[in-house]
Design a protein around this ligand. Structure first.
Ligand code: 3LM
Length: 405
């Protein structure tokens, strides 16, 4: 999309608001219509047959295409710099539709050590059961991939920043090695969003999202997205989505994600600014053992963060002195911040990965995969930052006071 007056390509926020839609298509409606329909009428029996055979364009059934969902797919593809995208009913729906399509028994997936709990379970307990080999490799050092990758490696999968410990992966370095060995790179971009990082521009083949999080942005839906080459997206639509998972995004939820996208750039700026303040305040607090936030100078991969991310995002992981019990006590003293899983909402959310989002790992696996039991994860929301800080500080101070008494 280009600016109508200058011809230069339109900016991110402009495309997030306008890409792929012209009000003249729909009686001048500035907001795109919601096509709340499961099925579509054919103008003749022959036309229906031709659409089914792929000889003529047209909608058949909303498990395959729907115009509201289609607009969301085109818009997210544009924002990620991808040829095409596919929407699903959840992030897990996206990851599974993609993997069922790319993989066959005997293939290997190399995944980073740290993954969201259900992704870890899907790979190891799901795909693993069907003859796909899952190998976890520490991808923070690309040399480890060079050593591990083999002829049967079909997919290299990672999150950056990773849920929950915030480790970063160098997308360009990993994608280069994967490509040289004929493997496809999949990046879960849920934490960064295309505002902060566009993995395809760094050489990745596919991007997946839990659009439940920042893309939707308001905690009122579940959704997932896959972005990548048009030919692969068509294959995933007609097999992974249509036949294997049936994990279709409802048109109403597509409309809500389209609404969320309009403010994505604005929200990410505010999430990032507030998270930076929270990370600094936590790091300065005597009750806090360690803070993992890519924007901090103390973050071991701060240089990579500056290279690969436009800003540092809204997610922080930290540990309180005194371990699990002390961390939970801090969580229980919070008054404004909600104790809840999920992330990317307007509300600040706090959770304990070991007993919540990452309880799909055994304690031994968590240890192996760099997910410490004392870790507390915070998704910094859009409230007035002083109120977030006051709440966290009173919860930490009460811990100091208890110790002193
Ligand atoms: C969570 N995460 O609280 P859905 N990829 C990443 C994710 O963080 C998630 C998914 C995929 C959380 C959800 S835990 C019970 C709640 C990096 C989800 C999966 O299927 O849309 O939830 O996305 O960390």
């Amino acid at each position: 999309m280009s600016d109508r007056t200058t011809g230069r390509s339109a900016g991110f926020a402009t495309r997030a608001i306008h890409h792929g839609y012209d009000p003249t298509e729909a009686e001048g409606a500035v907001t795109p219509p919601l096509h709340l329909t499961s099925t579509f009428a054919f103008e003749s029996a022959e036309a229906g047959g031709e659409i089914f055979a792929g000889e003529r364009k047209g909608n058949v059934y909303s498990r395959v295409t729907n115009p509201t969902v289609d607009l969301l797919e085109r818009r997210v593809a544009d924002l990620e710099g991808a040829e095409a995208a596919l929407a699903n009913a959840s992030g897990m729906g996206s990851i599974s539709a993609l993997m069922w399509t790319l993989l066959s028994p005997g293939d290997e997936v190399i995944a980073d050590q740290t993954l969201y709990g259900c992704t870890f379970a899907f790979l190891n307990h799901g795909l693993g059961k069907f003859g796909v080999k899952i190998t976890h490799v520490d991808l923070t050092d690309p040399a480890n991939l060079e050593r591990a990758i083999g002829d049967s490696t079909r997919v290299v999968f990672f999150e950056t920043p990773a849920n929950p410990n915030m480790r970063l992966i160098d997308i360009a370095a990993i994608s280069d090695i994967a490509r040289a060995h004929g493997a496809r790179t999949v990046v879960d971009n849920t934490y960064a969003t295309p505002v902060l990082t566009r993995p395809i521009e760094h050489g990745a083949d596919f991007v997946v999202h839990s659009a439940t999080k920042y893309l939707g942005g308001h905690g009122d839906l579940l959704a997932g997205m896959i972005c990548g080459p048009a030919e692969d997206m068509a294959a995933i639509r007609m097999f992974g989505l249509k036949d294997m998972t049936g994990s279709v995004l409802a048109p109403f939820n597509a409309m809500l994600v389209l609404r969320g996208l309009k403010t994505l750039e604005l929200r990410m700026a505010r999430h990032s600014e507030s998270a930076m303040s929270v990370a600094r305040a936590l790091e300065a607090h005597r009750e806090v053992e360690i803070v993992h936030y890519p924007g901090l100078e103390s973050f071991p991969q701060h240089d990579l963060a500056k290279r690969q991310m436009a800003d540092f995002g809204g997610m922080i992981a930290f540990e309180v002195k005194g371990g699990v019990a002390a961390g939970k006590a801090v969580m229980n003293r919070l008054k404004l911040i909600h104790r809840a899983v999920s992330l990317g909402d307007a509300e600040t959310l706090i959770q304990h990965p070991a007993s919540m989002t990452h309880s799909t790992y055994t304690p031994e696996e968590r240890l192996d995969h760099g997910i410490s039991d004392g870790l507390v994860r915070i998704s910094v929301g859009l409230e007035t930052v002083e109120d977030i800080l006051d709440d966290l500080m009173q919860a930490l101070e009460a811990g100091s006071a208890e110790k002193a008494a």
